[in-house]
Design a protein around this ligand. Structure first.
Ligand code: R5P
Length: 265
């Protein structure tokens, strides 16, 4: 592996082999998502606890202080919206010149396997890998399901993660599933991070799936709404960080969460 690629990956995946990515890219197809109306304000108290932030160039340029000392994962696929015909109809939306100019440590793009746009999004991924490898920029593939959340089974996610890795992704982001998540990770030759999905009802539920996902081989998370859409985002991210980087159990993380909330965020 080239020095530049190694260096960028080492900024994302910490020396313990783990990672906590904080995504705020949801506006690229959802518009001003709840609690991301002013993304720069949302991340201010959270950023110190994240290993990297994931966002589009528009939010990066307009809402994030360039003096930020966290690596940037630039979302570079898009072209569809929640009110359009099909969320899967994505293309590459950012040039390599822009990726370098913005000093991105990695880029991310969605693939929609099993959708009408499977071929197109897989071609997007392969093309992006070809472009980015020349510059030592790692590509994180996002195994997206659009509105079909029921697709999140080990069989489907395992298929998606493996294909993403085969096409050259250096990291894969996928959903956690309760049954056989280890099979998803074991079938994927590159590191896997867990996405959060829509906000769940209890914080303990989040701590449980993050803990279990890590036990089954994931290296960390790329978790958004279940942090910044919650009532206590700082307590949430600190508790999740403790699971990832300090080997806390879900129960210990929940205790930490309650303690921070009691002390007032
Ligand atoms: C959404 O499409 C984005 O790619 C998000 O980065 C991803 O879904 C993770 O965020 P959340 O934990 O809110 O699902």
């Amino acid at each position: 592996m080239e020095w530049g690629m190694k260096n960028r990956l080492s900024k994302l995946i910490q020396s313990d082999g783990k990672a906590l990515f904080l995504p705020i890219d949801h506006g690229y197809f959802q518009g001003p998502t709840t609690k991301l109306e002013r993304p720069g304000e949302t991340i201010k108290p959270l950023v110190e606890y994240a290993d990297a932030i994931m966002l589009t160039r528009g939010v990066l340029r307009n809402c994030v202080d360039p003096k930020i000392n966290k690596p940037i994962i630039l979302r570079v696929s898009g072209g569809a919206s929640v009110v359009g015909e099909d969320l899967a109809n994505e293309t590459i939306i950012t040039s390599i010149n822009e990726i370098i100019r913005l000093n991105a440590s990695a880029v991310s793009m969605s693939i929609f396997i099993g959708s009408n746009y499977e071929h197109q999004t897989l071609k997007n991924l392969a093309k992006l890998v070809d472009i980015c490898e020349d510059y030592g920029v790692p590509v994180m593939a996002v195994t997206a399901v659009g509105r079909e959340l029921e697709k999140r089974t080990a069989r489907y996610l395992g298929l998606c993660c493996r294909i993403a890795a085969e096409l050259g992704a250096r990291v894969v982001k996928t959903y956690y599933c309760e049954e056989d998540f280890a099979k998803v990770v074991n079938g994927c030759p590159v590191p896997v991070v867990i996405a959060g999905g829509p906000k769940v009802t209890s914080q303990f539920e989040v701590f449980n799936f993050v803990y279990d996902g890590l036990q089954q081989g994931a290296i960390g998370v790329n978790l958004g709404r279940n942090i910044w859409q919650t009532q206590n985002p700082v307590a949430a991210i600190r508790a999740i960080r403790a699971i990832i980087h300090e080997n806390y159990t879900a129960k210990e993380a929940n205790e930490l969460f309650n303690k921070i909330v009691a002390e007032k965020e």
